[in-house]
Design a protein around this ligand. Structure first.
Ligand code: 3PG
Ligand code: MG
Length: 389
C-alpha cells in the first residue's frame, strides 16, 4: 500500500486541517494515558517547522451529535498548551494565524454530520483550508466526515503516525518471522470473530484468553461458574476452532483461572482448574498454569501479536498477574533480540505502561478497533482514500 505522505509537501503559509485521534481516557480532567497525543507530535512538529497554519480536528467519546461539554477537548488543549476553538466550524480565527501556529478545534462529534459523513458538513469543515492531513490511524476504520468526507474535498495526505502504523502492521502481516504466536483476549467473541479467523490463518499458534477464552472453554464443555462469558457464541467459538484446525493453527485455551467469590478488586484470589470451578466462582484473571504455558510459548516465538488483557489488569497486583506476566515475557524476549512484538488496543497498551515495558516493544499501535480491522484485512476507509494510484 503506497500512501501520499507529507514528506516533501510544501505547506509554507498553507492552512492545514489535521485529523488526530485524541480519544484518550480523562479522569478528573486529567489525561491518564497521553500515548496517542505523544505519538501525534512528530507530524504536528513537522508541519509547524514547515510553516503550516494548523487546525487540529479530533473527537472524544460518543456525544451523539450533541454539544455535551462532558466530551470537550479542553483538557487536551490544556495538556498540549494550545488554544481551543470552541466550535469546529468556526473560521474567524484563521485570519489571525501565522506560519507555524497550531490550534485545536472542539469535538467534531458535537455535530451529527460527522459520523454520518454528511457531505454538506464535510464541506463546511473543509472550508478555509488548503490541505488535509490524516494522522488519526485509530479512527480511520470509520468513514466519517473528518476522516473521509474532507479527504474527498481537499488535497489529502497521510501524516507520519498513520504512515508508520500502516508500514509496521503491513510488515508483520506480510512477512512475519516464525513461529508466529498471536494472543487475543478481551471480553467479547462477537467483536473478535474476524480477527480471530484472520489470526488463525496467519499464526502458527493462537492463544485465546480473558473472558473470550472463558466463552471458548464453555463451548468445549468447561465449567465457568458465575463468570462473564457469552453463552450465545458457543457455535461461533466451535466454528473458529474448526477453522483454525483446517488452517493448521494450534489453538491454546485457558487451562486454569484466577477466581474469587465476588467480582471485586479486593476479593480473595483462588486458583482453580476448569474442572474445579463452582457455581458461585467468578473468573477474574488467567490461572497459574495457563500463565506459565503462555510465557513458555512467548519464549519459543519469533513474532508475537497481542491484543486484549487476560484478566482485570487494572486491579493490581492481585488480578493483573496473567496480563503482566505476558507483558513482561514479551518485553524480555524483545529486549534480548529474540522477538518482534506488535501490540495494540487501549487496555493492552495500558498494561504495558503499568509494567513499565512499553518502550521495549517492537511496535505499539495507537489503534484499538482500527488495529483489529487492519489485521483482519479489512479496508480502512480513512486510509484507502490516501492511497497513491
Ligand atoms: C477509538 O478510541 O477506538 C477511536 O478513537 C474510535 O472511537 P469510536 O470507537 O468511538 O469510533
Ligand atoms: Mg473504539
Amino acid at each position: 500500500m503506497k500512501l501520499r505522505t507529507i514528506e516533501n509537501l510544501d505547506v509554507q503559509g498553507k492552512y492545514v486541517l489535521l485529523r488526530d485521534d485524541f480519544n484518550v481516557q480523562i479522569v478528573d480532567n486529567k489525561i491518564t494515558d497521553p500515548f496517542r497525543i505523544e505519538q501525534s507530535m512528530p507530524t504536528i512538529n513537522a508541519l509547524r517547522s514547515a510553516g503550516a497554519r494548523i487546525a487540529i480536528v479530533a473527537h472524544r467519546g460518543r456525544p451523539k451529535g450533541e454539544r455535551n461539554m462532558e466530551y470537550s477537548l479542553q483538557p487536551i488543549a490544556d495538556y498540549m498548551g494550545i488554544k481551543l476553538i470552541p466550535d469546529c466550524l468556526d473560521k474567524d480565527f484563521l485570519g489571525d494565524m501565522r506560519d507555524g501556529d497550531v490550534v485545536l478545534l472542539e469535538n467534531v462529534r458535537f455535530y451529527a454530520g460527522e459520523e454520518k459523513n454528511d457531505p454538506a458538513f464535510a464541506a463546511d469543515l473543509a472550508r478555509g483550508f488548503d490541505v488535509f492531513v490524516n494522522d488519526a490511524f485509530a479512527v480511520s476504520h470509520r468513514a466519517h466526515a473528518s476522516t473521509v468526507g474532507v479527504a474527498e474535498i481537499l488535497p489529502s495526505y497521510a501524516g507520519k503516525l498513520l504512515a508508520s502504523e500502516i508500514e509496521h502492521l503491513s510488515a508483520v502481516m506480510e512477512n512475519p518471522a516464525r513461529p508466529l504466536l498471536s494472543i487475543v483476549a478481551g471480553s467479547k467473541v462477537s467483536t473478535k470473530i474476524g480477527v480471530l479467523k484472520a489470526l488463525a490463518k496467519l499464526s502458527d499458534t493462537l492463544i485465546i484468553g480473558g473472558a473470550l477464552g472463558t466463552t471458548f472453554n464453555y463451548a468445549m464443555g468447561g465449567r465457568v461458574g458465575n463468570s462473564l462469558y457469552e453463552a450465545d457464541q458457543k457455535e461461533t467459538a466451535l466454528e473458529i476452532l474448526d477453522f483454525a484446525e483446517k488452517n493448521n493453527c494450534r489453538v491454546l485455551l485457558p487451562l486454569d483461572k484466577g477466581v474469587a467469590k465476588e467480582f471485586a478488586r479486593d476479593a480473595a484470589r483462588m486458583n482453580k482448574d476448569f474442572t474445579e470451578i463452582e457455581e458461585d466462582d467468578v473468573i477474574i484473571d488467567a490461572g497459574l498454569k495457563t500463565t506459565e504455558r503462555d510465557v513458555a510459548e512467548i519464549r519459543k516465538a519469533k513474532t508475537v501479536i497481542w491484543n486484549g488483557t487476560v484478566g482485570m489488569a487494572e486491579w493490581q497486583p492481585t488480578w493483573s498477574y496473567g496480563s503482566f506476566a505476558i507483558a513482561n515475557a514479551i518485553a524480555e524476549q524483545t529486549r534480548a533480540g529474540n522477538l518482534e512484538s506488535i501490540i495494540g488496543g487501549g487496555d493492552t497498551v495500558a498494561a504495558l505502561e503499568a509494567c513499565g515495558v512499553k518502550e521495549d516493544i517492537t511496535y505499539v499501535s495507537t489503534g484499538g478497533g482500527a488495529f483489529l480491522e487492519f489485521i483482519e484485512g479489512r479496508i480502512l476507509p480513512g486510509v484507502a482514500i490516501l492511497e497513491d494510484e
